[in-house]
Design a protein around this ligand. Sequence first.
Ligand code: DX5
Ligand code: ZN
Length: 233
Amino acid sequence: MRFDRSLKIAPSILSANFAELGAECRAIEDQGCDWVHLDVMDGHFVPNITFGPPVVKALRPHVRTVMDVHLMIAPVDPYISAFADAGADVITVHAEAGPHLDRTLQAVRAAGCRTGVALNPATPASAIVHVLDRIDLVCVMTVNPGFGGQSFISAMLPKIAELRSMIGDRPIHIEVDGGITPETAPDAFAAGADVLVAGSAVFKGGTAAQPTVYGENIAALRTSVEAGRRAAE
Ligand code: DX5
Ligand code: ZN
């Protein structure tokens, strides 16, 4: 996994057809996504349940790019090795999910994975200031986690910008997760995000058997960001 700040589109398979997840992962990669985002929910930290390590492991052979695993679970420490063994490249934990974030991040690195920290909308950017050297990615939640298809909370844009300046030259990705569409993507990128997670905006209208729709949806996100960048010049 090489580091750069170029735009990366990471479809969330939360919006995919769960009966065909392997084919869905192959379809979005064939259609030009950069990373694949897997949302793990426990019905405790968030009010929804998705899947755990066995499904992540089963999907590993179907993902050639970066497997970006977003853990919305508490406690998280007892499950880190299972997700690492399942083949996660990035393991993102929530700053709010436990009392010992520094220890959790050390455990993720010890398990051989890149570390991510997700911040709920009410959590300030300063939550990561003392663990910057332990993280490879910060994920700014632009919805309250638990469900796809919610509206982007634009009050998070100053938080993205604050993190961007806090990070400076450190090789830390800024990911945004929730409500990303061609309307909201340009602002998130302009504020400093480089990884855009998008569930409904990528999967809407397509199927693994009709994958070109995914390609069009991914291209629409890229085009919107590019247009926003040109307009700002
Ligand atoms: C929210 C998840 C997101 C979500 C994004 O709890 O972490 O990854 O699936 O979905 P959209 O893009 O539809 O808001
Ligand atoms: Zn997510």
